[in-house]
Design a protein. Sequence first.
Lengths: 440, 276, 307
Amino acid sequence: MKRVTLTGLVGSAAVVCMSGSALAQDKTVVTVWDQFFSDAPNALMDSFVAEFEAAHPGVNIERNVLDTDAIRATLPTALASGSGPDLFYYDAGPAFLGPLVDAGLVADLSDEYETLGWDELLVDWAVERVTFNDRIWGVPNEIEYTNVYFNKNLLDDLGLGNLIVSAAGNENLLTLNSMDDFATILTAAKDSGLVPVSFGNRDPGRGGHLFSYFLTLTAGKDFVDNILFGDGTWDAPEVVAAWELYKQYNDEGFYTPSANAISYDEGNALFFNNRAGTNITGTWLVADVMDQVADPESIDFLLLPSVNDDLPLSAAAGIGSTFAISESSDNKDIALEFLDFIMSKEAGQRWLEDASIVPPIADLNSQDFDLSPMMQRVVMGASLPLSYNLDVVMPSEWNDAMKSGTQSLLDGSSTAQDVAKAQQTAWETAKSEGRIWKAK
Amino acid sequence: MIERKQLNILLLHVLLTFFALATLFPILIIGLMAFKTNNEIFAAPLRPPDVWRFSQIADAWVQGNFKTYYLNSIMVSVPTVLIVVSCSTLAAYGLVFARLKGSRIMLGLFLLGLIMPLQAVVIPLFHLQVALGLLNTHFGLVLAQAAVGMPFGVFLMRSFMSGLPREIIEAARIDGATDVEILRRVVLPISTAPAMTLATLQFMYSWNDFLLPLMLLQDPEMRTVTLGLFYLQGGTYTLNYTMISAGVLITSAPIMVVFFALQRQFIAGATIGAVK
Amino acid sequence: MQSKTYSSSKAFDEGRRKKALALIGRYALFLGPALLVYLPFLLYPLVQTFVLSFHEWNGVSEAKLFVGLDNFRRAFDDDIFRISITNNGIWVVASIALPMFFGLILAVMLSKVQTGQRVYTGVFFAPVVINLIVVGLVWGLIYNPLVGPLGQFFRAIGYPQLAQGWLGNTSTATPAIVLAGNWTFFGFCTVIFLQGLRTVNPEQIEAAMMDGAGAVQRFRYVTVPALSNQVTLLVVISVIGSFKVFDIVYVMTKGGPSHASEVIATYMYWQSFENGRQGYGAALAVLLTLLVAGASIALVSLRERQN
């Protein structure tokens, strides 16, 4: 009697838990795991899916929207065990897509790039980010780069609005004549009781963006290329100089006090609420600026000038993530067709207009699109000779050395030399273990 | 003399009330935040809100998807409690009364589960659930939580049964009763109190569990209340003190109500296992 | 006679077989259900962790590379592992000292009041029940340099330099989390001590009073020795809990800044799931298990020797 009851209990528990899973399907089901959890991109993906399904009556696309932490925790094991999705949207780079490629879990798309014309359609440097060992493994999306938002009204109040100038050769982009001008602005902001740079570094990846940006300004892309693909090292003086700049801003009191205890959102909120003069972050924030600032007209962004006159106007850039297809998928053709659909020039316009996402599609006539002036500027900047936003192209231990550095430099528990050295050590380890990005 | 004693008592009450308020202070201050706007919190964190915005709790309930999370938590914790209580009652009877050879070894086996840190098994557990197709299912989480709760359940029920007079059992056996009958007619009726204690405690554990849901449930629609609350705090690029504090209220208020209603059970549960 | 012996021995065999079958049946009936859940979902993974700790594995590659004791050797050279162990040590010491001290004081006070004892106990015990994610979020807001009441307080009393981000500083992050953790434990100590105080023999206290012992001496020589069992118990619980601590650290700082508040459990989690070194993570898990097991056995045998 007792035994029967027990079995019944366990059994019914099982039924309760599993109900609603497996239902019979006649259609071909293509599973997609993506990270478009913000409202606008999420809605756009939904309409892409609906349209594609309407055009392909036999196909059913099932999206599973995960946030970044969740997909990083699940996707590798799911793919390795054969229970993964057909198509996924995942971070590129040696810490994320790299191991999946090495384990043979990702479909090689090099031939499809030619047959589908993606090699012509997509921006080269973005494609390079999903290239490992001379083969192409994904379709990148979301071109992003670092920038500096500023509050025009606050700057005018300080009488420094005139320091902002048009970039030489690209009058649609704003910049400064020198980094000294930037320091002048920050000092004035500080003296007037504002937070000069709203900076939340509780998630230290944010400080990593600053470092990538500063390294772009002090050393440039070629220097980084020489480390990534040549024999350059991370403990070089240029790297130390970038860290010194990062630390100097801290010592001068330019950052939010206790930045390590402040989240990225809180840092942004300081800026959105007119309590900070500038915000050094990236173009991914444009949509939120338009949404959350009471007077979006008062906000604009500029690109910092290089420290060295030989270096071009640039910024640290990366792709948000990349679409990739599971090697063991039975539905590669449909997945490819879907990718082709959402990466067309028509779709590109919608990525921009509806989701404020810059797709890596070359020669979009974006000036004809219905975009905010700031979004127009973002598109303009995307064609500059951009450098690397390092976290997405570097192995995890190197990233850890960088992130730890951004935090320990703020409370003085390490020096610029320490951090650069730790980066080099991590780099050598990763290199010796083959855990680095080798595009060629 | 009596007056002095009364004065002492009064002083004790003053001190105890002070400590009680200090204990509740963190919760109260966050409770306050739930009714303020983000701007109010930003401008003056400690001041009461100009207007009490009860609608914010409702908004957080909807935006935070708490209805789904509550249902999920129930779908997980109820079966877990049933499995742990029933299985560990059976096992405890087996270890104490069923004349099983090697029962000391079995006990040691369960003891291992009691001292082992959960973090030591999460990686293989994760891969196991993937292999069995249990990842992202509530059933998988139920099995994992039940496995984690089992050693404690067995110990609690065993220590209770060890305290029962053996004569009753032997008498029933001499009367020709089988083990199943003894369990059902003799042991179960007097085991309801420890079983309830175990159920309360297991429910609390399952409801509050963080690591296993974090590992095993990636689909946002599957999240439990605790996990849902954790994910409230980031990832959207928006500042959400109000949401977080409303979420804190939403998740803790029910458990506080249950706690104060069943206080004796909770406290007995949390301490009895430890004392034995 | 002989045939009788033969038949009885046959009956004996038959009986033994029946008995053995019955034993297996009882095993299956009583221990079966518990083991069916416990063995595959807890013990088997533990064995696998042990095996994995001798390998290097990134979690996706097909091959796991056998590396012998390398992972363990690596741990002893690992600065962050050293920080983690030290922090676990801080947790142990602080969780024994602070909550037990306050718990004892509150229990003594509670034992002297009749009215409201239940309400006070409930309030002190409430933080024990609250889930650690809530605790982490609540205390995270308390410590928040922008909006937290602690910063407000320091600014109000004229020490604005103390209104800093306690969780964002490498030297204060761990103490700040430990304090929040202790908040969830002192009520438990209070209840345990209160139960212990009920067993203190009033006659002993009266005898001590007759001998002219003051309140402090009575407390020192009568009450405290009577509570030795409770003290041992709470020490055991604090030590085990302090080694296993994970949730609250993960929610408040994820082990940061710069790994300064890392404990073994969070560091193991980080190595396994964010740094892609699941073999090393498994080795850390094994070390953690050994530490907890060792500490538990030592403390329990100490307790038994006491009794």
